[in-house]
Ligand binder design. Structure first.
Ligand code: DAT
Ligand code: MG
Length: 238
């Protein structure tokens, strides 16, 4: 399906879904029918096409399901699509020169990795001061801006993109409060840093910042799309 088709199909499905939420059609049998129909959709049969194509009704003989069967199909497909989109959330994380020099690269990466997030881009680089100023542009009026940019460009930085459901917000939780004196024990800054000027790690603070920072630090082709073998054990609904 083209992305345009996907989008309009998704809109139709979404309105069907809101009409059917909590209805009796969202049952286990519904899911089975939906799964069968989802296969049909993959093989380019018109959206919501019948899994019972050879049935006797007028609808079935045209290859279309009546709305009552279409609803669970719709619900299932939207849920799948949304779950997939959530898992693809990405954030920018950087180990600053102090973290690199203190030998904390593996420690920091392992905390994100063990949580269940997926590394999709990584490089080590010494950013220029101009680049650091771009990265921290929103802090340009703060008194520590110059020193901060000087410091970020003073040595190697490990720049990364991590992917997973809720990774932007939860990444910040793993990192801890900006000032390590206020970071909880168990967080990266809480466990591994002492003062705000040497807090070892950066993490995007929201979806817009994440998008901007990822595109500042990485070219699109440096981001790797892959399926991790662990995903089926990290994600799931019972
Ligand atoms: P965060 O890194 O938690 O997103 P921020 O965006 O407010 O925090 O600031 C960016 C960095 O600037 C921060 O990691 C360390 C430095 N910084 C922040 N507040 C500071 C302060 N009061 N004095 C010195 N450096 C500070
Ligand atoms: Mg910040």
């Amino acid at each position: 399906m083209s992305s345009q088709m996907c989008k309009s199909a998704s809109r139709v499905i979404r309105s069907l879904l809101s009409a059917s939420k909590n209805s009796r059609f969202c049952s286990a049998e519904g899911r089975a029918v939906a799964a069968a129909a989802a296969v049909s959709v993959d093989s380019k049969v018109p959206l919501l096409a019948s899994a019972y194509g050879s049935g006797g009704s007028a609808n079935a003989s045209r290859g279309w399901l009546p709305g009552v069967f279409a609803l669970p199909v719709a619900a299932y497909m939207v849920q799948e699509q949304e779950a997939h989109a959530a898992q693809n959330e990405r954030t920018f994380i950087a180990i600053k020169p102090d973290g690199v020099q203190r030998g904390l690269i593996a420690e920091i990466i392992s905390r994100f990795e063990r949580k269940g997030f997926k590394l999709v881009a990584i490089k080590i680089t010494v950013p220029s001061k101009e680049f650091a100023q771009k990265h921290y542009h929103d802090l340009k009026d703060r008194p520590f801006f110059n020193g901060l940019c000087q410091f970020l460009s003073s040595g190697p930085v490990v720049a990364m993109v991590w992917e997973g459901e809720g990774v932007i917000k939860y990444g910040r939780k793993l990192i801890g409060a900006t000032d390590p004196q206020r970071s909880e024990p168990g967080t990266i800054r809480g466990d591994l840093a002492v003062v705000v000027g040497r807090n070892i790690i950066h993490g995007s603070d929201g979806p817009e910042t994440a998008k901007d920072e990822i595109s500042l630090w990485f070219k699109p082709q440096e981001l790797v799309n892959y399926k991790s073998n662990e995903e089926k054990w990290i994600y799931g609904v019972n």
